[in-house]
Design a protein. Structure first.
Length: 694
C-alpha cells in the first residue's frame, strides 16, 4: 500500500502496487457491513460492463480479513476540480475538448443502460496528455451509499448535493437526463471558473433548482452563442425540457469544435510565430519554468463518432427497446448515418428493425410496417450476403403476418451467421406463436448458449414456459430477464402476469410498481389494470386501462387494452355505453389485424369474445370455432370459448369447454375473478368439475 487517495463516509481508496503484474492500482475498501459490500459489488459489476476507455478499468474484487476491496486502474492526473482551483476559468477549446470526450463516454454508457448519477468536477480527471477519465461509478443507475471523495473535498451534504438535478432532489431515480444536467453545470463552472448558485448545496440553492425558472443556465453575453444554447438546453429544470440525449450533446460539441477550428484558421497570421518561439524558449528553461502540457481538443479529422460507432450506439438503444424514447433514439441515430451513407446495408437493416419495434410497441400503426419493408428490401439489395439484412427482411415479413416466408428468410440469415440474434429471436417468435414448442425450445437453448446475457431470449423462454403451463419455469426466466436488464420494462410486465396467474396478486402489484419506476409504459398500466380487475377494484382498473390507452403514457392503438377497458367499465355503474364503445373499438382493430394475419388462434378467440360481449352471437360462434380448429388444446383459447358460450346462452357448451380448459392447465382461481361467470359458478355441474380437478 502506498498511501490513501481518498475517503468517504462508507469507504476509502488506497494506492497500491500490483507486484504480480507490475502496475499501479487503486483499491476501494469497505468494511464488513453486508449492505455496503453489496453496493461495492454492484459498482464493480457496473464498471466492468463499461467498454468506453474513459471509464476506469476494474481488475478484481477481493475479500481479505472481513473487508471487501475493488481493485481498479490507478489514474494519474488532476481532477477538473483541482485544475479549476489552480488556474480558474478554462479556455473554450479546452472545455470543448474534455467535454466531447465526456459526452461520448456517457452516451456510450447511456446506450448500455447506465447513467453515471454523480457527475461533478471531482469525478472528472484529466491526465497529462489531455485524456479525460471518469471516476466513481458507485451512484450509477441507483443512489449508492458508498461515496468516495477527495480528502480535501467538502463531505457535507451540501457538497454531495451540489450537482444533483432537481428531480433527484425530489427522490426520482438516476436517469440519463440527470447526467445531462450535471455535465451542463460542470461546463458552466469550467468556463466561468466558479460554481453557479445552482451548484451550491444550501437550501436557497436547492429551492431555486426545484421551483425556479424552467429555463436553463445562460452564460454571460460575449460567450459563443452555440455554447450558451448548449448549456442552457442541458440545465433546464424539467427533464423532459432538456436536450433529448447525450448523443445530441456530442453532435453539438462536435459542430462547435469544428466552427472554432475554422475561425482559428482564419485568424492565424505571421504574428503567431514569435509567440510559439517564446513558448519553446520558456520550455527550455527547465529549472525555472514549469511547462504544463496543454490539453488538446481533438483534431477535426477525429471529431464525431464513426458510422460503426453510431451503429453500435443504435443497437444499444434497440436493446433498451422498452424504455421510453429508446427506439426513437435508435431511429434518429440510424437516420443520421443514412444521411451520409444512403445505401449502407447495416444501417438500413437496423432501421427496418426499429420500425418493426415501433409497430409492435405502443404505436400499432401499420405505416411502420410499410417503412420496415422498404428499408429491409433496400438492405438486402445493397448486400444480400449480410445476415443482418436478411434477418431484418424476416422481421418485416413476420410482422406483416407472412410467417412461412419469414421462417425461410431467418434460416437463410442463420446460414450466413449462426450467431445473428435478430434471426434467432425471429425464428423463436414464430415457433412460439405457432405452438411448435419443441422447435422453439431448441432454438432458444441454442440462442442462450450463444447470447447468455441477452434478455430477449430469457423473455421468450419464459413465454414458451408459460405457454406450456410451466409457471415456475416462466417465473424463473422472467426473473433472469430482470436480473440481466433491471432497467428494462418487459421483464416486469411478464413477471407480473405470471404471478397473477399463480394467484400472487400482491407480489404482482409490487413488481409492477418496480417497473413503473423505470418509466411509463402501456403494458405496465395494462397489467396493473388486470391485477386490479382480478381484485374486484373495477373503477381503479378502468383508470389504469385509460392510462394504458393515453397518448402520453400508453398506446391508443392496442386492441387488447380497449377490450380490457371495456371489461372494467361493464362493472362500473353508469358506464355501460362507454364499455360498449371500448369493445366495438377493440373488435374493429382485431378484425383489421385478421385481414393481415391468418391462422392466429389467439386473435380469432379474442375477436369472438368481443363480439359476444356486444351481443353478436352468430359472429362470436363463427370466430371461436375457427380458433378452436387451429388450437383445440390451448387452455387460453378454451377458456375464451367458455366465456363466448356462456355469454351466448350455451351453458352446457360453456361447462364442457371449461372442463377441457382445466384439464390443460388453466388455473381454477382465475374463474373466480371473472364476473361473466358468476351465474355459471352457481351451477352444480361447475362444482363437479372443480371436484374432478381436486
Amino acid at each position: 500500500m502506498d498511501g490513501e487517495l481518498g475517503q468517504g463516509g462508507f469507504g476509502r481508496v488506497l494506492a497500491a502496487w500490483d507486484e504480480r503484474l507490475g502496475r499501479d492500482v487503486a483499491i476501494k475498501f469497505v468494511d464488513g457491513d453486508p449492505r455496503r459490500q453489496q453496493s461495492l459489488r454492484v459498482e464493480a459489476q457496473r464498471l466492468a460492463e463499461q467498454r468506453h476507455p474513459a471509464f476506469v478499468r476494474v481488475f478484481a474484487l477481493e475479500e481479505s480479513m472481513g473487508q471487501l476491496g475493488l481493485v481498479m486502474e490507478r489514474v494519474h492526473g488532476k481532477t477538473l476540480s483541482q485544475l479549476l482551483q489552480d488556474s480558474g476559468a478554462m479556455p473554450l477549446a479546452q472545455v470543448l475538448g474534455y467535454g466531447l470526450q465526456a459526452a461520448r463516454a456517457l452516451a456510450d454508457a447511456h446506450a448500455s443502460g447506465w447513467a453515471h448519477g454523480d457527475l461533478k468536477p471531482d469525478n472528472l480527471m484529466l491526465t497529462g496528455d489531455g485524456t479525460l477519465r471518469i471516476l466513481d461509478f458507485g451512484a450509477a443507475a441507483t443512489l449508492d451509499p458508498l461515496e468516495t471523495s477527495s480528502l480535501s473535498a467538502d463531505t457535507t451534504p451540501a457538497g454531495t448535493l451540489a450537482y444533483l438535478p432537481p428531480e433527484r432532489l425530489l427522490g426520482m431515480r438516476v436517469a440519463a437526463s440527470g447526467d445531462l444536467y450535471s455535465l451542463g453545470l460542470v461546463f458552466h463552472e469550467s468556463l466561468l471558473g466558479h460554481r453557479h448558485s445552482h451548484a451550491h448545496g444550501g437550501w436557497e440553492s436547492m429551492h431555486e433548482r426545484l421551483y425556479g425558472d424552467r429555463k436553463g443556465l445562460l452564460l454571460p453575453t460575449g460567450f459563443d452563442e452555440g455554447v450558451r444554447n448548449l448549456i442552457e438546453g442541458m440545465t433546464r429544470r424539467r427533464p423532459q425540457d432538456r436536450l433529448p440525449s447525450m448523443l445530441e450533446v456530442v453532435d453539438q460539441l462536435t459542430e462547435l469544435h469544428r466552427r472554432l477550428a475554422r475561425n482559428k484558421g482564419r485568424r492565424r497570421s505571421w504574428r503567431n510565430k514569435p509567440a510559439l518561439t517564446a513558448l519553446v524558449s520558456l520550455c527550455l528553461l527547465g529549472g525555472y519554468v514549469a511547462c504544463l502540457p496543454l490539453v488538446q481538443a481533438p483534431s477535426t479529422a477525429d471529431v464525431g463518432p464513426t458510422p460503426t460507432e453510431k451503429l453500435n450506439a443504435a443497437e444499444r438503444r434497440i436493446d433498451s427497446f422498452d424504455q421510453p424514447g429508446a427506439v426513437a433514439d435508435a431511429a434518429r441515430i440510424l437516420d443520421g448515418v443514412l444521411a451520409t451513407k444512403p445505401g449502407y446495408a447495416p444501417a438500413l437493416a437496423l432501421r427496418a428493425i426499429t420500425d418493426c419495434l415501433r409497430y409492435a410497441g405502443d404505436e400499432r400503426d401499420a405505416t411502420w410496417l410499410d417503412r420496415a419493408k422498404e428499408a429491409s428490401l433496400l438492405a438486402v439489395r445493397a448486400d444480400p450476403q449480410l445476415a443482418l439484412a436478411q434477418a431484418a427482411l424476416g422481421w418485416s415479413e413476420e410482422y406483416q403476418g407472412r410467417k412461412d416466408v419469414a421462417e425461410t428468410i431467418y434460416r437463410r440469415a442463420l446460414m450466413l451467421d449462426p450467431n445473428d440474434r435478430y434471426a434467432l429471436l425471429g425464428l423463436a417468435r414464430i415457433y412460439v406463436a405457432e405452438r411448435r414448442q419443441d422447435e422453439a425450445a431448441n432454438v432458444l437453448q441454442d440462442a442462450l448458449k450463444r447470447h447468455p446475457r441477452e434478455r430477449w431470449f430469457s423473455d421468450m423462454s419464459g413465454t414458451l414456459a408459460y405457454q406450456r403451463g410451466d409457471l415456475v419455469g416462466a417465473e424463473k426466466a422472467f426473473r433472469r430477464s430482470i436480473e440481466v436488464k433491471p432497467d428494462g420494462i418487459q421483464g416486469y410486465v411478464n413477471l407480473s402476469g405470471v404471478l397473477l396467474k399463480q394467484d400472487r396478486k400482491d407480489e404482482a402489484l409490487t413488481v409492477l410498481q418496480r417497473g413503473m419506476r423505470v418509466g411509463p409504459n402501456a403494458r405496465l398500466y395494462g397489467n396493473l389494470g388486470t391485477v386490479l380487475f382480478a381484485l374486484g377494484r373495477y373503477s381503479e382498473a378502468a383508470e389504469a386501462f385509460e392510462q394504458a390507452l393515453s397518448a402520453s403514457k400508453g398506446s391508443p392503438n392496442d386492441y387488447l387494452k380497449w377490450a380490457n377497458l371495456g371489461d372494467s367499465l361493464r362493472w362500473v355503474p353508469g358506464r355501460k355505453a362507454q364499455a360498449e364503445r371500448a369493445y366495438s373499438r377493440a373488435g374493429q382493430m382485431v378484425e383489421e389485424q385478421l385481414q393481415r394475419v391468418t391462422g392466429d388462434a389467439t386473435l380469432l378467440s379474442r375477436a369472438a369474445l368481443y363480439a359476444a360481449r356486444l351481443g353478436k352471437s352468430t359472429q362470436a360462434q363463427r370466430r371461436i370455432l375457427e380458433a378452436l380448429a387451429l388450437a383445440p388444446e390451448d387452455a387460453e383459447v378454451l377458456f375464451r370459448a367458455t366465456l363466448v358460450s356462456e355469454l351466448s346462452g350455451k351453458r352446457e357448451a360453456a361447462l364442457d369447454y371449461l372442463r377441457r380448459s382445466f384439464a390443460r392447465g388453466f388455473p381454477p382461481h382465475m374463474i373466480a375473478s371473472e364476473p361473466d361467470l358468476i351465474s355459471l359458478r352457481r351451477d352444480e355441474k361447475y362444482h363437479h368439475i372443480l371436484n374432478e380437478e381436486n
